[in-house]
Design a protein around this ligand. Structure first.
Ligand code: HEC
Length: 127
């Protein structure tokens, strides 16, 4: 039998503009990376274990981004990429696409890292 795959004409569109992160894919990355083992985040249905040192993302992400003087998506990207006190860096464990997807999920809108990346945000003072 001859296998015809048909319709391959639209495959392989990989212009950079289409590489934007996607929240739905990011939720999968959240689960497979185990982010919910430390962070409470209601959108993911994640409840952090008692006494976890990781910020509850529903409550603290925005105020912490403000304190770091960064738009929330760049703050989240920096933390995921470089890590922080008590959080490992995911910059080499995950692909650029996975990190874009993850940040898109966390902030709730499509995100793509800027070409030069984002500088490391120093750990925040303890609450
Ligand atoms: C081992 C526990 C742990 C895991 C696993 C972990 N984190 Fe974190 N995360 C932390 C801690 C602790 C901080 C605070 C770091 C600091 O301020 O220096 C943090 C900070 C953050 C922040 C900034 C939040 C804020 O309010 O300051 C984001 C966003 C974040 N993590 C996302 C993620 C994502 C996405 C994953 C999964 C890839 C993940 N984390 C996995 C412990 C963890």
């Amino acid at each position: 039998m001859l296998l015809s795959l048909g319709n391959t004409g639209s495959a392989g569109r990989t212009q950079p503009a289409e590489r934007a992160g996607e929240p739905a894919r990011g939720e999968l990355v959240w689960v497979t990376s185990g982010c919910g083992a430390c962070h409470a985040f209601s959108k993911a249905g994640s409840k952090a274990p008692k006494g976890s040192a990781a910020p509850n993302l529903d409550r603290y992400l925005l105020p912490h981004a403000r304190r770091a003087k960064l738009p929330v998506e760049l703050f989240a990207f920096s933390r995921v990429y470089w890590g922080g006190r008590g959080m490992s860096a995911y910059g080499s464990a995950l692909s650029e696409q996975e990190i874009d997807d993850l940040v898109s999920f966390v902030v709730g809108k499509p995100f793509s890292a800027p070409p030069g990346g984002v500088a490391r945000v120093p750990p925040l003072p303890r609450r």
